[in-house]
Design a protein around this ligand. Structure first.
Ligand SMILES: [Zn+2]
Ligand SMILES: [Zn+2]
Length: 326
């Protein structure tokens, strides 16, 4: 898993982005792409090493605990080398002391340190971490693909109930009120999610013990070609609407990540890139990928206008859509 965003936020924020080594206190940058060559890249150093054979590595801490804030110390590269080379002198206890006195110095002596902002940033980071887990971000493409599966939207029951949990979790959040754009992006996501789930639920039925699938409700057990045609059209309309809402959900998630980069974490998820969804197999047996995102002029306030306006007009103004314009 590595070091999470929340942990990074705590480590860097509470150390005021400075080397914690006594009397060093050099200002550090997060990574080399962030600024020019002259600046010093900060290192999140392990107090108990990441593995048992590293410096100060013998400890009952699990490998997950070793990547947590309590076991990390922010240093410049020079002092990182010092503490690891001289690990017999720089014991676990001494490093905890060094860390603590640095943080005390930051909060009591350093001009311009904003403890309130630091606390807010940590709240946002913990919400974001929770959000990532609830949308199963590692498998985003896989689970959303079922919503585009061969023109018959599906979801696993497990994912469906996870998303239900996410919907109420988002609804009950208490926000710090510091980064409006980020809070708005979460609210936008919540509204899209709500309409996606409600729309999907209108025609979903159980399929086996684990899945929900859109019912082919045009299959009627009487001879009535007119009714069949009408229902078949309704069915297509419904499936396309679910798919268009799933595209909108992809946009809404990317919008959140844009807002994260503008507020709490420059560089957030730049290495993995934007989220995308995959549809197919199509008639020609291919799969298509959609990096659905809001256009720059759509990234304002709450881009999602509500189900009615979205279904009637707004989806056709987006980068991709499946439904037919009527
Ligand atoms: Zn080290
Ligand atoms: Zn240093």
């Amino acid at each position: 898993m590595g070091i999470s965003l929340k942990t990074q936020k705590m480590l860097w924020g509470r150390a005021a982005s400075r080397c914690a080594f006594p009397d060093c206190r050099k200002e550090l940058v997060f990574d080399s792409t962030q600024t020019d060559d002259e600046s010093i890249v900060g290192e999140a150093c392990h107090i108990v090493a990441k593995s048992a054979d590293g410096p100060r590595g013998e400890s009952p801490l699990t490998s997950e605990q070793r990547d947590k804030y309590n076991n990390l110390l922010l240093l410049c590269n020079i002092h990182h080398k010092v503490i690891d080379d001289q690990y017999l002198h720089y014991t676990i206890d001494l490093l905890h002391e060094i860390k603590q006195s640095h943080e005390v110095w930051v909060s009591s002596q350093l001009q311009g340190f904003d403890a309130h902002k630091q606390r807010d940033d940590e709240i946002y980071a913990s919400y974001l971490e929770e959000f990532e887990q609830q949308i199963d971000i590692e498998n985003w493409n896989a689970w959303t693909s079922w919503l585009f599966g061969g023109g018959q939207p599906q979801l696993s029951k497990e994912m469906r109930s996870k998303l239900e949990g996410l919907r109420s979790w988002l609804f009950s959040r208490v926000w710090p009120n510091r980064y409006q754009n980020l809070e708005i992006a979460f609210e936008n996501f919540r509204r899209v999610l709500q309409d996606l789930l409600n729309t999907f639920d209108q025609h979903s039925v159980e399929c086996g013990p684990h899945d929900l699938v859109t019912e082919k409700f045009y299959k009627i057990d009487r001879w009535d070609p007119d009714a069949y045609d009408r229902l078949a059209k309704d069915y297509d309309y419904h499936c396309y609407l679910v798919e268009d809402l799933a595209l909108e959900l992809n946009r809404a998630a990317n919008y959140i990540f844009d807002s994260v980069r503008q507020s709490i974490q420059y560089g957030y998820r730049l290495d993995v890139g934007v989220l995308y969804v995959t549809s197919g197999p199509h008639m020609d047996l291919t799969f298509k990928h959609y990096r659905a995102q809001y256009l720059p002029e759509q990234k304002q306030n709450i881009p999602y206008p509500g189900l009615k306006a979205f279904a009637e007009t707004v989806r056709f103004e987006r980068d991709f859509w499946f439904g037919d314009k009527t």
